[in-house]
Design a protein around this ligand. Structure first.
Ligand SMILES: CC(C)(COP(=O)(O)OP(=O)(O)OC[C@H]1O[C@@H](n2cnc3c(N)ncnc32)[C@H](O)[C@@H]1OP(=O)(O)O)[C@@H](O)C(=O)NCCC(=O)NCCS
Length: 180
């Protein structure tokens, strides 16, 4: 006589196990304000006009005050936890671009535990997409000459050096890439 085969046990409660959400990039929302300011302070310590405007919530609503036509903040998030950001503006006042309207990376930052996983690149691609959506064909950036890691990163994500610029009285290396 064949042995009885036990019926599969039915569990009363089923727990759905979801895989962790992949890191992604999305625009800043009002709920992200404190997290963005915290990440920002990790990149830029100080109390210049841009910092004060960011903290007061007017950086995005009054970009003309800082010479920009528009300004956006895009966040890298791990699940819902912000882990990095890029600030990108739209500018038409840069002599190196002869009056063309270009996107401009004002700053890009990824928190140390989340680096070297492609988030910086994802932020730059998102910034390029934003610039393109504003009608710009180029995305520019600048870096301090004494930041070789940032230069390597910029080259790796598609930028090429086009010259020098100046920011806050300090010389900078000026870079550009396509905004696809
Ligand atoms: C620069 C920065 C945003 C890169 O973020 P990230 O998430 O680590 O970047 P990615 O993982 O997308 O790196 C893409 C590629 O860039 C290059 N790269 C990134 N960081 C680098 C470093 N520290 N040194 C050399 N190359 C680097 C690598 O080629 C890397 O690819 P790989 O990891 O396959 O070798 C991050 O290191 C950071 O926030 N630094 C401090 C702030 C800063 O300097 N910002 C730039 C000027 S505003």
């Amino acid at each position: 006589m064949p042995e009885a085969v036990a019926a599969p046990q039915r569990t009363r409660y089923h727990r759905r196990i979801r895989p962790p959400a992949a890191p992604s990039v999305r625009p800043l929302t009002p709920a992200d304000h404190a997290a963005w300011i915290g990440l920002r302070q990790a990149l830029w310590l100080g109390s210049d006009a841009t910092t004060l405007a960011a903290e007061a919530g007017t950086l995005l609503t009054d970009p003309q005050r800082f010479g920009a036509l528009r300004y956006a903040v895009l966040l890298a998030v791990d699940g819902e936890r912000p882990t990095g950001f890029v600030e990108v503006s739209l500018r038409d006042d840069l002599p190196a671009f002869a009056g063309r309207t270009v996107g401009y990376v004002e700053g890009v930052y990824v928190a140390p535990p989340h680096r070297r996983r492609g988030l910086g690149q994802a932020l730059i691609e998102a910034a390029a997409g934003w610039a393109r959506a504003q009608g710009a064909a180029e995305l520019a950036s600048d870096i301090l000459p004494d930041n070789p890691a940032s230069l390597d990163f910029h080259r790796r994500v598609g930028f090429a050096v086009v010259g020098e610029s100046e920011s806050g009285g300090r010389p900078q290396i000026l870079l550009v890439r396509h905004a696809p």
